[in-house]
Design a protein around this ligand. Structure first.
Ligand code: SAH
Ligand code: SF4
Length: 344
């Protein structure tokens, strides 16, 4: 059942809501401009009255932390009292928000703080959209309403494709011209390779895809990412290779570098081989320390060496600069609570 909530409903559903309440469905567009674009169109008083009946509460901001590099971590509370984090990243004054799709995560990757927590629950589309609205409003408040809407990376807590229906709905709202009107190239979804969702990726509005590879060897990947056992690399590779991409669009292959584990010459060769004939860019992510885990961050020299080996092998590579490590806002450091006792 679809939750009746202003920020959950798609235009055709809002039209039905209007009709059900004896209003003209033609008012949907101005109703959405009012909800999403902070425009104050002339809504009829009777409609404004009825709108009181439509829930519209969003997760609330309960904490904000500012990093020395300008990154902000924002802690939200859902209505049922769960906590979930988002990050505002500022790269060369271009703002990107990192959003979560679940409270915790069920995938249990051994290097990830979110994974340690287990799954709390899926976020509803209105909660995902709501966090974006809050962050955009903060940015507008602190810059100006002329500031462009921030880009989105779904790289916060949770595995987006494990919460497919709500993520799909959120993406439809985020990209709809009457709602947030984001361009598909402004949004990137990162997945660990949850195949039931990955196989349905074409059902989503077109967005960029990032895949967390981390090792080209199945056995080694299994040690890091337990779901590799059920959804193995060769099947994922097949799906990725068959994906239709826009011109100048690439699949990002995220590659976490763990000290002395997965950055040898042998790894470079196998990685180059793995992404042959795939329109992709490898994104190297030096591991960010997580308290309680024994993995270590590689030295800059080791990362450079690995990068050079890949470039020499003809692989397109870039490196992700860690942001917000001092406030535990960098990749893999987000965790608002421990859900391990509730994990499936
Ligand atoms: N669940 C999705 C998206 C969220 S994680 C996924 O796994 O792809 C976003 C990225 O951060 C992933 O590539 C993930 O592997 C990486 N990551 C997780 N823990 C990390 C850590 N401690 N240091 C650096 N990157 C990490
Ligand atoms: Fe979940 Fe991604 Fe963390 Fe793995 S890396 S536990 S999939 S959030």
């Amino acid at each position: 059942m679809i939750t009746d909530h202003l920020y959950q409903l798609l235009p055709e559903e809002l039209s039905r809501w209007l009709v059900k309440h004896d209003h003209s469905p033609n008012q949907v567009r101005s109703m959405m401009a009012w909800a999403y674009k902070k425009q104050s169109p002339a809504l009829f008083p009777r409609l404004l009255n009825d709108l009181e009946k439509l829930p519209k509460s969003l997760p609330s901001i309960i904490e904000r932390h500012l990093s020395t590099d300008g990154t902000q971590k924002i802690l939200f509370a859902t209505e049922d009292g769960l906590k979930v984090e988002s990050v505002i990243l500022n790269y060369h004054r271009k703002l990107t928000v990192c959003l979560s799709t679940q409270v915790g995560c069920a995938m249990g990757c051994t290097f990830c703080r979110t994974g340690m927590a287990g799954l709390g629950r899926n976020l509803e589309a209105y909660e995902i959209v709501g966090m974006y609205l809050h962050l955009r409003n903060l940015i507008w408040h602190e810059n100006s309403m002329e500031a462009p809407c921030p880009n989105i990376v779904f790289m916060g807590q949770g595995e987006p494709l494990h919460n497919f229906e709500q993520v799909k709905r959120a993406l439809e709202i985020l990209t709809h011209p009457w709602a947030l009107d984001l361009g598909s190239r402004q949004i990137t979804l990162s997945t660990v390779g949850y195949l039931p969702g990955l196989r349905r990726f074409h059902e989503l509005p077109r967005v960029n895809l990032a895949f967390s590879l981390h090792s080209p060897f199945e056995e080694e990947r299994r040690q890091l990412i337990p779901i590799e056992t059920r959804y193995p690399l060769p099947e994922i590779q097949q799906v990725l290779k068959s994906m239709s991409l826009l011109p100048r669009q690439f699949i990002t292959l995220e590659y976490l570098i763990l000290k002395d584990m997965n950055h040898s010459e042998r790894h470079a060769l196998a990685l180059a081989d793995w992404c042959r004939n795939m329109k992709s860019i490898v994104n190297l992510i030096p591991y960010n320390a997580v308290t309680g885990l024994s993995f270590e961050r590689p030295s800059e020299e080791a990362v450079d060496l690995f990068k050079k080996s890949l470039v020499d092998l003809g692989v397109r590579v870039m490196e992700r600069v860690a942001r917000g490590s001092d406030i535990a806002a960098a990749c893999g450091q987000l965790a608002s609570r421990d859900y391990s006792s509730e994990a499936p």
